[in-house]
Design a protein around this ligand. Structure first.
Ligand code: FAD
Ligand code: FES
Length: 280
């Protein structure tokens, strides 16, 4: 695209309310113009700026995999002006998508390696993109073991419930779902915080990368466990959520030291983050 500030026009194809509190919705978007889906070529881990006329623009991680070429998915938590406006919108409404923006998970380095995905809360979005990407028949053999540890506060707060069930049936992915608490007698998965379950399941660090996305408290307690398990800082990959405006390294809104999170990130290894001032 010539003008990096110009969004692609898209139509909302469908909206799914993901969670029992109704604050998280997944928007399936399709491009209005034929050919735009080929130009918008993203990698799992990237984000885009979603725009609503008269309301504004917000950075949101791309929840669909590059292998899902006909549409884009974004899962959005209702927190303020733009996200609330988006939650009011319906199938058929028109909006804008600018991107893809930022870097992505280190797919080239992870090829041939085991991949451990650890997610909590609604930060699971780009992790969903990554899992769908790796499980695609054309890609599955390019990765070793895939282990996923995903936690939410309650069963009703889990995202992508149908897909979690489908992944649970497969024998080429080790899926560990957990909730902080539940009184559901039929709950078949784990109960406990993500760091505890990570310690219990103890995924091997041998030839492995770990991608960790979630609330700060989850990350704080998960990182030492990954270190104990033997994951080096270079092989622990995280995605940062800073306040952003332009999304392309022009406005200076999102910098940490010399790095712009929108352009040089949002994906960083723990060793890269260790070189930066602690402003995130
Ligand atoms: C790279 C990236 C990926 C993201 N991916 C997702 C995603 O997949 N799903 C999702 O729901 N959200 C995601 N976010 C956060 C999302 O951008 C903010 O929630 C959104 O911009 C809020 O817009 P608003 O107009 O509704 O809120 P505002 O009215 O601007 O603010 C409402 C509240 O949200 C807080 N807030 C605003 N912007 C941010 C921000 N960037 N980070 C944290 N808190 C913020 C404000 O402090 C305030 O408390 C992502 C952010 C980044 C930078
Ligand atoms: S958001 Fe403008 S420089 Fe990053």
């Amino acid at each position: 695209m010539e003008n990096p500030y110009l969004p692609y026009p898209v139509r909302i194809d469908s909206v799914v309310t993901e969670t029992e509190d109704r604050n998280l919705k997944t928007f399936k978007l399709v491009f209005l113009h034929a050919g735009d889906s080929d130009t918008f070529c993203h990698r799992a881990g990237q984000f885009a700026e979603l725009s609503i006329a008269g309301k504004g623009e917000i950075p949101i991680g791309i929840a669909s995999s590059p292998t899902e070429q006909e549409f884009l998915l974004f899962t959005v938590n209702k927190v303020g002006v733009v996200t609330s406006a988006l939650h009011q919108m319906l199938a058929g409404d028109i909006m804008g998508v600018r991107g893809p923006l930022g870097n992505w998970y280190p797919w080239e380095q992870m090829e041939g390696k085991n991949v451990v995905i650890i997610g909590g809360g609604f930060a699971f979005t780009t992790l969903r993109a990554s899992i769908v990407y790796m499980l695609h028949p054309e890609n599955r053999s390019r990765f070793g073991d895939i282990t996923v540890i995903y936690g939410a506060r309650t069963p009703g707060m889990l995202l992508y419930k149908d897909e979690l069930s489908a992944w649970g049936e497969r024998d080429d992915i080790h899926l560990h779902i957990t909730v902080d608490a539940t009184d559901d007698p039929d709950w078949k998965h784990n109960v406990g915080f993500v760091p505890t379950i990570t310690q219990e399941k103890a995924p091997s660090a041998q030839d492995a990368y770990a991608i960790v996305c979630g609330p700060p408290i989850m990350i704080k307690f998960t990182l030492p466990i990954l270190s104990e398990l033997g994951f080096s800082r270079e092989r622990i990959i995280m995605s940062l959520e800073m306040r952003m405006k332009c999304g392309i390294g022009m406005c200076g809104r999102c910098n940490i030291g010399s790095e712009y999170v929108c352009r040089d990130g949002p994906v960083f290894s723990l060793s890269q983050l260790a070189q930066l001032p602690n402003e995130y």
